[in-house]
Write a protein that binds this ligand. Structure first.
Ligand SMILES: Nc1ncnc2c1ncn2[C@@H]1O[C@H](COP(=O)(O)OP(=O)(O)O)[C@@H](O)[C@H]1O
Ligand SMILES: [Mg+2]
Length: 374
């Protein structure tokens, strides 16, 4: 028993020690615990006391749910902080045994660790001790994560306070005026003349400035408020295609679009455009000659999944955890480090998730999932 137990606990400590984000870390911990205790149904439920909603992390995924924290056993544990150890008689019809343990730091309840569907339908004393130990570790990891986020927010607020001044706003407004004049020039100019190309090149650069200014504005907000509308995915894709034509001329990359779903989606269209604009730009910067970038869209259940992949230089494993921090930039002369930070905030504001997979020198893939109905 000692070997497998030590192995499970060491793996959990290693997970906590990694720089994984909670939506990756918690499912991993749940899986290791479930496998060790031979429990088929394990989950960690985190409570957002501001909105009274819960986020549930199972061994394979995380999902958001607007469940009242006052409901059911989980609600009871969340409210009272007491633990439930319920063993039903084996093989009887009286139902499944379960453990519901609070994730607590001092008197603050962060969530609930819930385990049921165990082989033999019985939690012995040792099982309870192990689950309790893991619950303590999880609570520490979650608290560390929260503190880190608060520190990050504080540091960023100071830095971003500079941007928050009207500068970003002014740039944004001025650039919008330049864009209108460029549109007029585009109409006037003979499409076969060389100057038409130049006007388009200027338009594309102006778009980048305008996106940078709006990214700065978004990052200066404590909480990003998004404006959702219903639109067809192809409307967004067409806008990206238009941009990618101009972009292919100035970078080494060709963008391939694999669109497997053209449903309607409820989202902030302008902000989603900026998400993919940033991801495509980063991919374009990462590839060498004849780079290929793939943009794909498909539907997975109630979610729309987007993928932006490139066969460029890739990202070092140890840098993956830093990607979404504001001002993290690497390997670029003109990098601001704001793109992925704002991408992260926009996706979070859509209740979505973003994941990265990359192999150095080979490829990088960003997966984004957002609820179709907003
Ligand atoms: N597709 C990619 N391939 C390789 N590195 C990437 C990719 N996307 C992002 N990165 C890395 O992440 C860093 C942060 O990106 P971002 O936040 O957009 O800031 P910036 O592009 O201004 O540097 C980049 O500087 C780069 O090192
Ligand atoms: Mg960028």
């Amino acid at each position: 028993m000692k070997g497998p137990l030590l192995n499970a606990l060491t793996r959990i400590s290693a997970e906590i020690n990694s720089t994984k984000k909670l939506d990756v870390l918690l499912p991993d911990i749940v899986k290791i615990t479930g496998d060790y205790l031979k429990v088929r149904n394990a989950s960690i439920v985190l409570i957002d006391w501001d909105t009274l909603t819960i986020n549930c992390y199972t061994g394979c995924s995380s999902y958001h749910n607007s469940l009242s924290v006052k409901q059911g056993v989980i609600g009871d544990v969340a409210e009272s902080g007491t633990e439930y150890i319920v063993n039903k008689k084996s093989y009887s019809s009286s139902g499944k045994s379960f453990l519901a343990l609070p994730l607590k730091i001092g008197s603050k309840i962060l969530g609930v660790f819930y385990l049921t569907d165990k082989d033999e339908n019985y939690f012995n004393y040792e099982d309870v001790l192990i689950a309790r130990y893991i619950a303590f570790q999880c609570a520490l990891a979650i608290e560390m994560h929260n503190i880190h986020n608060k520190m990050r927010a504080n540091e960023n607020l100071q830095a971003i306070g500079l941007l928050k001044s009207s500068v970003a706003h002014d740039i944004s407004n001025l650039v919008a005026i330049v864009d209108v004049y460029l549109g007029l020039m585009e109409e006037e100019v003979d499409k076969s003349a060389a100057i038409y190309e130049y006007v388009n090149a200027v338009k594309s650069e102006v778009k980048r400035i305008s996106i940078l200014a709006t990214d700065m504005l978004d990052l200066s907000k404590n909480k990003l408020v998004i404006h959702k509308t219903k639109f067809k995915i192809s409307e967004l894709v067409n806008e990206l295609k238009l941009y990618s034509e101009a972009f292919s001329k100035t970078s080494n990359a060709k963008v391939e679009f694999h669109i497997k779903c053209d449903d309607e989606i409820v989202a902030d269209r302008n902000r989603l455009f900026r998400v993919f604009f940033n991801l495509l730009n980063n991919a374009g910067n990462a590839v060498k000659e004849n780079g290929i970038i793939i943009f794909s869209v498909k539907k997975t259940g109630k979610y729309i999944t987007f993928l932006v992949a490139d066969n460029g230089k890739g990202i070092r494993k140890e840098d993956i955890g830093k990607l979404f921090q504001p001002f993290y930039t690497s390997g670029k002369i003109k990098g601001t480090g704001l793109g992925l930070a704002v991408v992260h905030d926009i996706i979070e504001a859509h209740n979505g998730s973003i994941r990265v997979r990359s192999t150095l020198g080979s490829y990088t893939c960003f997966f984004i999932r957002i609820p179709q109905d907003g």
